[in-house]
Design a protein around this ligand. Structure first.
Ligand code: NAD
Length: 490
């Protein structure tokens, strides 16, 4: 008999304790081999003055067990409190958020009867770094950071997930026609890694039309990998398309620690009424069992759950006339699943989780590689300034000559843009401008490079000329290739 696996459990807030009790009851009766350490997170911890919502000693439990089964928590309203989910995910490097979204037609009402889609969302990067600044009276900025190892990790994970779960296709959603560098890198890494998985079909869509197709014909999708923001939005959309967000579980996978949960929140208004559906957390727990190598228990419990849904034993949220035979409470739903352990669904697809022995050819490849260091040449500087003459149109014709004054020392102005669109020289009178301007400088010899000293003296001339610079971005060539985008219209 295999040893018990230590896991950390948090019962959470609102409906959390009830759905966790029901979930743990099923796992126990199914024979899950677990040693449970319980930690406190959420409302109580926040209210004790800890703005992170998790006590320092709880981190130790997570680092020790490396597996976290977490019920939803209530994030107190008002400023100062940090999202515990984001804190835990980012602190422990949980780079992949995995959400299987399955329709249980005809037993759960849905507009999309044929649907079995897994969203693999990048979980650490993109605009979710929260690196934001107010730059002028009119303009706020959020930095979108995408790294090569970050892309390699998530894309590799998506293909390995597809391989291990006998999935046929991985689709990539990006907006690389607009964000040619950030989303462009994501797409490039996808195209590099995809050919390594010859048995798995791959395709890419621009996220807007891809999302439209996903909503229209979900049956054509299998695994979909995407950057953080698109994944955040589309994983909720996809879960809702199955008929209820209350039915979806979620895994947050890290290299060391992983976390499993329901995708819904703590539903405080339903708390303490024995009404909530424990299925989302339960299906999160099934992913946990597979993660820790208890495929046998996962198969047993998941099939019993499918049979329960098929038998029309439903909690209030999915109960409908015609499909529901009995509306039950949280506890009774858990009992109904336990009573069906050993049974399989008749109409819905039976699940079977297999242990995959990895060796030789089939071994998992390294998640990411060391960066190759390129030759980096400084070829220009974007100087952002705060300047306003009261005009939303045509102001650049006045600003241009003022900025031309700082030319010199081998550096010259080549363009001014407003929110990315070129407005000087030769701008259009119809371009709407605000008080935030990017002034692009390059060497005055064709293809020449700049020194940091030239940059410093250029900024000195901005100051001497009373131009309020608020930020700079260096323009680099990497191995001779431009590492910066042109202005729109440049
Ligand atoms: P919610 O998901 O808690 O509830 C949305 C709606 O779905 C409600 O009508 C609720 O009754 C229903 N619902 C949710 N889960 C259900 C279940 N298992 N069974 C039956 N009905 C269910 O979202 P919310 O109301 O926006 O948020 C409530 C709290 O949860 C907030 O404090 C929020 O910050 C927090 N939250 C936590 C997590 C998490 O811990 N992972 C995720 C989302 C929201």
């Amino acid at each position: 008999m295999a040893n018990n696996v230590p896991i950390t459990v948090a019962h959470g807030d609102g409906i959390g304790p009830e759905i966790m009790d029901a979930t743990l009851h099923i796992l126990k009766e199914a024979g899950a081999r677990l040693d449970i350490e319980t930690i406190e997170i959420g409302e109580k911890v926040y209210n004790s003055g800890n703005t992170a919502g998790i006590a320092p000693e709880s981190w130790e439990s997570l680092r020790r067990t490396k597996v976290f089964l977490k019920a939803p928590i209530t994030t107190p309203q008002g400023g100062g409190f940090k999202s515990l989910n984001v804190t835990v995910r980012k602190t422990l490097g949980m780079y992949a958020n995995v959400r299987p979204c399955v329709s249980y037609h005809p037993f759960v009402k849905t507009k999309n009867p044929v649907m079995d889609v897994v969203i693999v969302r990048e979980n650490e990067e993109d605009t979710y770094g929260g690196i934001e600044h107010r730059q002028t009276d009119m303009v706020e900025q959020c930095l979108k950071l995408i790294s090569r190892p970050g892309c390699e990790k998530i894309v590799r994970y998506a293909f390995e997930y597809a391989k291990k779960n006998n999935r046929k296709k991985v689709t990539c959603f990006v907006k690389d026609n607009i964000m040619k560098q950030t989303d462009g890198l994501f797409a490039k890494v996808f195209n590099e890694i995809a050919p390594e998985y010859s048995g798995i079909e791959n395709e890419s869509w621009i996220v807007d039309i891809g999302a439209a197709k996903l909503v229209d014909t979900p049956e054509n999708f299998d695994v979909i990998v995407m950057p953080n923001l698109y994944g955040d939005i589309l994983s909720d959309v996809t879960a809702q398309m199955t008929g209820s967000v209350g039915l979806a579980g979620s895994a947050n996978i890290g290299e060391a620690v992983s976390m499993f949960e329901a995708i819904h929140g703590s539903a405080p208004r339903r708390a303490g009424q024995n009404k909530a559906n424990p299925s989302g957390l339960f299906l999160g727990a099934i992913m946990m069992l597979v993660h820790i190598g208890q495929q046998d228990i996962a198969t047993l419990a998941h099939n019993a759950w499918l049979k329960t849904i098929e038998d029309g034993i439903h909690t209030y949220d999915i109960a409908r006339e015609g499909t529901t035979k009995e509306t039950v409470g949280t506890k009774e739903f858990g009992e109904a699943v336990v009573a069906r352990l050993g049974q399989k669904p008749e109409t819905l697809k039976t699940v079977e989780y297999k242990v995959i022995e990895e060796s030789g050819e089939t071994a998992t490849k390294p998640l990411y590689n060391q960066p190759i260091q390129a030759k980096k040449d400084l070829v220009g500087l974007d100087v952002f300034i705060h300047w306003w003459n009261g005009k939303f149109f045509g102001a650049a014709d006045e600003l241009g000559p003022l900025v031309e004054r700082v030319n010199g020392d081998g550096v010259k102005l080549v363009m001014i843009s407003s929110r990315g669109t070129k407005v000087y020289p030769g701008g259009q009178p119809d371009t709407f401008c605000v008080d935030h301007w990017r002034c692009r400088f390059m060497s005055d010899t064709d293809g020449g490079t700049l020194t940091k000293q030239q940059v410093i003296s250029l900024l000195g001339r901005f100051e001497e000329n009373g131009l309020d610079f608020i930020k700079t971005e260096h323009l680099y060539n990497f191995d001779g290739k431009a590492g910066y985008a042109l202005g729109q219209g440049q």
